[in-house]
Structure formats: structure tokens, C-alpha cells
Design a protein around this ligand. Sequence first.
Ligand code: ADP
Ligand code: MG
Length: 233
Amino acid sequence: MTKSDALKIIDKVRREGRSTLTEYESKKVLASYDFPVTKEKLARDEEEAIKFAEEIGYPMVLKIISPEIPHKSDVGGVKVDIKSPDELRKSYAELMAIKERIRDAEIHGILVQEMAPKGNEVIMGITHDPQFGPVLMFGLGGVFVEVLKDTSFRIPPLTRCDAEGMIKEIKAYPILEGARGGVASDLNSLIDCVLKLSDLGMDLGDFIDEMDVNPLFATGDSALAVDSLIVLR
Ligand code: ADP
Ligand code: MG
């Protein structure tokens, strides 16, 4: 994947008359900027899902992939910690049942994904400001962003020092340092991710209305995008 692949994906989505990229498409855009994403493959049927799960390894995750379902867990579309082919078949059937409930959703397939190692869940993204253009956002996942609005913002391009400042600025930063016996997240991996997003924002910002990586799992030695959503302008 190279940067030009990102534009190809965006073009294809536009030609299909869509503005919302699926998780699968959004992660391909991220991967074309070398942003670390979960290993994953899009399965078209159950047998393919079983085959991909063998390749990726258990425990694994299944997700429903449809442009009409941007928030997958709202409809029961995310199954984590699947430990065997038997469990996979059961979860696969449950995901296919969503198709009956949401009839006008076009289903691209079922995403077979590696289970990310546990870490702090952070959020990073890009929004479009009418005055400033693309703006980068960073915060800690869950209540910290949703309830406490504990986020930091910067206008790209960012230096390494800017990215570090952006991460350390949130009030919840001590949690990322492992306060109260939690996992300490690797700061350099997080800085690398913010810089890749800055790069992406500089190149593609004009096409993007909003983009988020939610969540990114930040462990002691890595960072991994577990979910992403891009909405085009
Ligand atoms: P949604 O579209 O609802 O945001 P997500 O893909 O973000 O769906 O999945 C919901 C939650 O499930 C995530 O916030 C994360 O906690 C967990 N999860 C999703 N994918 C994985 C994964 N590959 N490994 C571990 N946990 C995951
Ligand atoms: Mg999500």
C-alpha cells in the first residue's frame, strides 16, 4: 500500500455515490500511510471466514461491514474474543441475522480481524474547520472524550515536538503513563501515529469531512488502530 492507494479508495467510494467509508476501507487508507492497523481480511461467506481465521489466528474478532452501518456495535455488529471455529460459526450466523433486520443495508462482507493486545484505548482524528481546514484531535477513549471532552487539537503539519505536546496536553495523560497501576503506553508509538495522521491530513484533508481512529489500542510497546471511520466532504 502506498499513498496513491488512499486516493484510489476515495475515488472508488465517490464513484459509488457514497460519502461514508467502511472500517475496512478507512483502515486501507490508514495503512497506505503506514499507520499500524489490525490484521484483517474481508470474508464473503462462512467458509472464507473460517479460512481467514486460521490464517490470522484465534482468538479473533468478527465485524459486519456495510456503508449503512458506521456504528457497528449499535446493531450488535461486533463479536470479540472468538476462540474456535465453532464459536466463529455461531457469531457469523448472528451477524448475518442483522441483514434481515436492516434490509436496506448493503453488506460488503464480514471482517475477520486479529484481537488487539490489551492497552489504553485512545482516539485520534481529523475534522474539517471552515477557517483552518483540517484539524487534528487526540484524546483518551470512552468517557474521557464523550463525557469530559478531554481532548487536544492542532493544525497540521506537526513536528515530533508538537505531537508530543498534543498528547501530553490532555488532563488524563497520567493514565497513559500508567497511573494507579494501569498499563503505561509507549509515547513514541503514539507520537508516530499522530505524525502519520498529520501527514494524511495534509494530503487528504480537503476530501475529508471527518475521520477518526476510535479506538487505537496503546500498549507498552505498540499502538494499533482497531477501528476507523472516514466521512468524505
Ligand atoms: P463501532 O463501529 O461500534 O465503533 P468497533 O470496531 O470500534 O465498533 O468495536 C467496538 C469495541 O470493541 C471497540 O471500542 C473495542 O473496545 C472492541 N474491539 C473492536 N475490535 C477489536 C479488536 N480487534 N481487538 C480488541 N477489541 C476490539
Ligand atoms: Mg469504534
